[in-house]
Design a protein around this ligand. Structure first.
Ligand SMILES: [Fe+2]
Length: 435
């Protein structure tokens, strides 16, 4: 039986460009390349200043060929056999591929789809790790919930213990239910429902969790998220810790949200969104949970709609508490009024997790009579550092559209402006050389 439940994807997969089109090296090298013939007709000639293009490779230069021959002779003198060199070089050359730029720049990848990891998984059964493994859909040759993150439930029966291990720069544990202790390379801590703690890279990456109270279902439950897939993709191991182990107590987080509510209440307005970002003293610039992970404790009051937003990070949303009637609508595009086109509805179920795909617009609705809580875990620490999180809120985007603007630096510079900049820099260089 599958542990994960795919939702309807009537909204379609992530829209991507046509597939990449490889072509042979011989085809490319048979063409004469020059600054005149390689440019689209009419484009270069319209430019108001001359821009010099040079062929990047030097192998056609006879002087460099002579240098290569001399190098080879020296290698032979050092005992390197010509056959070995030829075989290795040909092997390296056989791996090189080139693609036509416009059709290959946005390659077809499997979409990251909407899936849920239901709470029933950790509410019954023996002590165990219950992975939210979507590696078949990505695909990856290692367990992964998204390209960078792996999430799991950990169920621990009262009186039991279980080890968890990850080769990761960051591990986060949120206590869904119960209380207990966790032994790590950095020391031993206690935890109870609603607490969250993060661990850096360590010698073993192993923790031992023990439950002393199991709450309503006779076993404690943890929500465990790591960046192990990111490290697997890079082919690296975490050897250096980038932050110290950090604990967020439930009471501290709730008090922070309450302080926020009180502040705004004094102004007589009801906030649409009451949430606190969880930061770490080691990440003062990104203001994130760790340098890779990002989290938010977000509440939504009864009858409230939190309008759509989107970001480039994936969100693995833990529904901390929700009565029936609380849900997220998500989809890939907005219409001109800022409504999500062909949305997928995901209902929040207390203790369950769902995937919000990167880049998708998502809006939260609470049609119940109680405040609902959600704790998204994202790889947004990394995106924030890279300046690529690109979080956008629907009302800003609709206003931009009405003003004829498309946000994003790539669209802010026209071809004419770019040409002017190039000419200005060339003139500046000429002036400097003249002086
Ligand atoms: Fe979000």
């Amino acid at each position: 039986m599958s542990l994960t439940r795919p939702l309807s994807v009537s909204g379609g997969g992530v829209g991507l460009a046509t597939s990449a089109r490889p072509f042979s090296l011989s085809k490319v090298s048979s063409k004469k390349t020059s600054s005149k013939t390689s440019s689209p007709p009419g484009r270069m000639s319209k430019k108001p200043c001359m821009m010099t293009m040079t062929f990047p490779g030097g192998s056609r230069d006879p002087k460099i060929r002579n240098n290569a021959a001399a190098t080879f002779e020296a290698a032979q003198q050092a005992g390197i056999k010509q056959q070995e060199v030829t075989a290795d070089t040909e092997k390296w050359e056989s791996r090189a591929e080139v693609f036509e730029y416009t059709s290959a720049a946005n390659p077809t990848l499997n979409p990251i789809s909407v899936y849920v990891h239901p709470p029933e998984l950790h509410e019954v059964g023996p002590t165990r790790v219950i992975p939210f493994d979507l590696s078949d859909t990505l695909p990856t040759p290692y367990p992964a919930t998204g390209p960078n993150l792996m999430s799991s439930f950990v169920r621990i029966d009262v009186g039991d213990s279980i080890d968890t291990t990850a080769s990761a720069t960051s591990q986060a544990f949120y206590v869904i239910r119960g209380s207990g202790t966790t032994k790590t390379d950095e020391g031993v801590i206690d935890w109870s429902e609603g607490d969250l703690f993060v661990l850096p890279a360590s010698k073993t990456g192993t923790t031992v969790h023990s439950a002393v109270d199991g709450g309503a279902f006779g076993g404690a439950a943890l929500y465990w998220v790591t960046d192990e897939p990111l490290l697997k993709y890079l082919g690296v191991s975490a050897t250096e810790k980038r932050f110290e182990p950090t604990m967020f107590r439930r009471e501290m987080m709730l008090n922070s949200v309450q302080d926020l509510a009180d502040e705004k209440g004094a102004a007589g307005e009801e906030l649409n969104r009451l949430g606190v970002l969880l930061g770490n003293e080691a990440c003062p610039d990104t203001k994130t949970l760790t340098h890779v992970l990002w989290s938010l404790l977000n509440s939504i009051g009864p009858g409230i709609v939190q309008r759509a937003h989107r970001h480039n990070s994936i969100a693995l949303d833990m529904a901390v508490y929700a009565k029936p009637g609380v849900y997220t609508m998500m989809g890939q595009a907005l219409d001109e009024n800022g409504e999500i086109v062909d949305p997928i509805r995901v209902d929040w179920v207390t203790g369950g997790v769902f995937v919000t795909p990167p880049g998708w617009w998502h809006a939260h609705y609470n049609e119940s009579d109680e405040t609902a809580w959600v704790l998204p875990m994202q790889d947004a620490g990394l995106y924030t550092y890279q300046r690529t999180l690109d979080i956008r809120f629907v009302d800003d985007e609709v206003a931009n559209l009405k003003n004829g603007r498309i946000r994003g630096a790539a669209y802010e510079v026209t071809n004419k402006q770019y040409t002017n900049i190039s000419c200005m820099l060339q003139k500046q260089l000429s002036d400097e050389n003249a002086n």
